[in-house]
Write a protein of this length. Structure first.
Length: 176
C-alpha cells in the first residue's frame, strides 16, 4: 500500500495512480452533500438549472457537520453511510465528479461508474468526526441552507486522512 498527499484540484490526475488500500492526505476544496441535497441536485440537473458547484473534478464528502462552535472552523464532521447516495452517484460521476468521500461499501452500479469515469471512492473513519474536523480549515454554506446540517457546504481540507476504498481499476476494500 502506498501513501499520497495531494490537493483536490489534482484528483483526476491522481485517481489512476491510486489503489484500494492506499492512504491519502487530502487538501483543498470539498463539498458536503447528503441524501436531501442529492435529491435537489438531481432536480436541478433535470430542469437544466445551475448547480451550486461545478461537478467536473469536484470532490464530495458525504457528511452533515454539527453546528460550528465559535472557536472552530466547523463542528464534528464525520462521514455518513455512502450507499444512501448510490442512486445518484453514477449520474454525477458521468458528469465529471472526481471523487466521493464517505464510509461503507457501494453498489455494483457505483463501482462500475467509478471505473468507467476513472474516479475514486475515498473512505474516512466513522465515529471520529470531532477528530476529522481538525483537518477542516473553513466551512461555508453555499446551497440549500434550509436543510440545516444537510445543506451543501464548501469546505477546505488540510491533510484530511483517507483510505482508497474503490479505485478506478475496480479494486475494492469491500469485495470478497
Amino acid at each position: 500500500m502506498a501513501a499520497y498527499s495531494f490537493n483536490t484540484s489534482e484528483i483526476k490526475e491522481m485517481a489512476p495512480r491510486l489503489r484500494a488500500g492506499d492512504r491519502v492526505l487530502l487538501s483543498g476544496r470539498v463539498y458536503t452533500s447528503r441524501d436531501a441535497a442529492h435529491k435537489r441536485i438531481m432536480a436541478l440537473l433535470d430542469s437544466g438549472e445551475e448547480l451550486p458547484y461545478e461537478l467536473e473534478g469536484a470532490v464530495i464528502y458525504y457528511a452533515g457537520p454539527t453546528p460550528t462552535p465559535a472557536h472552530l472552523a466547523i463542528g464534528s464532521c464525520g462521514p455518513t453511510t455512502s450507499s444512501r447516495m448510490d442512486p445518484f452517484a453514477p449520474r454525477m460521476l458521468d458528469l465529471g465528479l472526481g471523487a466521493m468521500v464517505g464510509k461503507g461499501g457501494r453498489s455494483p452500479e457505483v463501482c462500475e461508474a467509478i471505473r468507467r469515469n476513472r474516479s475514486v471512492y475515498l473512505c474516512a473513519v466513522g465515529g471520529a468526526g470531532a477528530l476529522a474536523s481538525k483537518c477542516i480549515t473553513s466551512c461555508e454554506v453555499i446551497a440549500f441552507e434550509d436543510l440545516g446540517c444537510e445543506s451543501v457546504k464548501r469546505l477546505e481540507f488540510k491533510d484530511f486522512p483517507l483510505v482508497v476504498g474503490i479505485d478506478c481499476e475496480g479494486g475494492s476494500l469491500f469485495s470478497e
